[in-house]
Design a protein around this ligand. Structure first.
Ligand SMILES: [Zn+2]
Ligand SMILES: [Zn+2]
Length: 60
């Protein structure tokens, strides 16, 4: 089995790696626009809160 060493993005809500192909959401922080926020499929489904690692902005 071949495995590439691509580091998976981490979900900003639960901290789990977001697998390729997962219906995750990715968007830049609405406050500082500098950090890319990732939310995995589960966190989207449960509308978990995320926190920007750059400015500390919290949002749904
Ligand atoms: Zn998550
Ligand atoms: Zn931010």
């Amino acid at each position: 089995m071949e495995q590439t060493t691509v580091s998976l993005p981490l979900c900003n809500s639960c901290g789990r790696p977001v697998k390729p192909g997962e219906r995750a959401a990715k968007f830049s922080c609405p406050n500082c626009h500098e950090t890319l926020i990732w939310r995995c499929e589960k966190c989207r489904k449960f509308s978990r809160h995320y926190k920007c690692t750059n400015c500390g902005f919290e949002g749904p």
